[in-house]
Design a protein. Structure first.
Lengths: 159, 185
């Protein structure tokens, strides 16, 4: 693909800076997303992860960005987070043999006994529910960004 | 000037004035005794002869009847102040008594701070504790989550957060439907 058709130009400074910053932004996003200690939560963490990805796409172009996250994976992640959250709610019903309501994490205490971890319930909230929110938010924002930025072949010819 | 733009200008000015009023009216940031963070005043009565009863661990009929009269009764699904259903604890720090009631939740049976009786100048003032007090004092014990905000967001208000996530998901699906045409249309 030749650069003139998309208006995309290679810039060494921008690309090197983006390459340096993206890993740190990703780590910071993960830290914010695991909201058990410190600040943040799933929504903020997912936004930061999406921001890191969008920075990469702005520096390297949509073609290369789509290689990093293919469309199939993006759609998969958009629903995976929601399934994780709802799955945590279902686990509460299953583990309590339908005695507890949907999303009643107190019923996850048997899990604590089996695993021998007293804070299993807290881990459930911090590492399953919050990460589920983060994955959905990240994938949704990246998907929306691509739908707006992506140009079909026909459109490019027409311009 | 067109009448529509005049109306718009007046609405903007009204909103600005409203925001200034709201900022002036809210309690100071971090005030732990503000109504939103601590308790709401219900009513006050004369303390005559009621303090001894409270010290003995019994709610005087005067307080019980007044609480039920203003709407905190069984018909409105509030826990009643029947004998044996509550506990009274002296709260030295704030100069009053805490009324603790067990609400009968399936997985948490401990009594919780429900009303607060404050003694001041021969008068007893009854307050009702707000929900954030429970979150602040019991969140770690009840949910095993260290962060109070996460406990409130993902645990106590789990349904809210689940459907917030669903809203974002549907937003992404709608953008896919509208923008990803692939040569159709």
């Amino acid at each position: 693909m030749n650069p003139e058709s998309t208006g995309y130009k290679r810039d060494v400074i921008i690309q090197t800076t983006a390459k340096l910053m993206v890993p740190f932004i990703l780590v910071f996003g993960l830290y914010v997303m695991m909201g058990s200690e410190g600040t943040g939560g799933g929504f903020q963490g997912g936004c930061i992860l999406a921001a890191a990805y969008i920075l990469y796409v702005t520096a390297f172009g949509t073609e290369k960005g789509r290689v990093m996250m293919p469309e199939s994976w993006n759609t998969f992640f958009t629903s995976l987070g929601l399934y994780l959250y709802d799955g945590a709610g279902l686990v509460a019903i299953i583990l309590s043999l339908a005695a507890a309501q949907f999303l009643n994490y107190s019923a996850i205490w048997p899990l604590a006994n089996i695993l021998g971890i007293a804070e299993a319930r807290g881990y459930m909230v911090a590492f399953v529910v919050d990460v589920g929110i983060g994955i959905t938010v990240m994938a949704a924002f990246v998907s929306q960004f691509f739908d707006l930025a992506w140009k079909e072949k026909e459109e490019e010819k027409g311009e | 000037m067109k009448p529509e733009s005049l109306v718009g200008l007046l609405m903007v000015l009204f909103l600005a004035a409203l925001f200034v009023y709201v900022v002036e009216d809210v309690p100071a940031f971090g005030d732990k005794y503000s109504p939103a963070n601590r308790y709401v005043k219900l009513f006050s009565i004369d303390a005559e002869g009621l303090t001894e009863s409270l010290e003995a661990g019994k709610v005087p009929p005067a307080i019980k009847n007044e609480v039920e009269r203003i709407g905190f009764n069984k018909e409105n699904n509030f826990p009643t102040l029947e004998e044996g259903a509550y506990e009274i604890e002296r709260n030295e720090e704030e100069g009053g008594w805490d009324l603790l009631i067990a609400e009968g939740e399936l997985y948490f049976k401990e009594p919780l701070k429900y009303y607060f009786v404050k003694e001041e100048d021969g008068k007893l003032t009854i307050y009702r504790y707000n929900w954030p007090v429970r979150v602040l004092e019991k969140a770690e014990e009840e949910t095993a989550v260290i962060n109070t905000v996460t406990a409130g967001l993902a645990d106590y208000r789990g349904y809210d957060t689940m459907f917030e996530e669903t809203v974002i998901f549907s937003g992404a699906v709608c953008v896919i439907l509208l923008m990803r045409r692939r040569g159709r249309l």
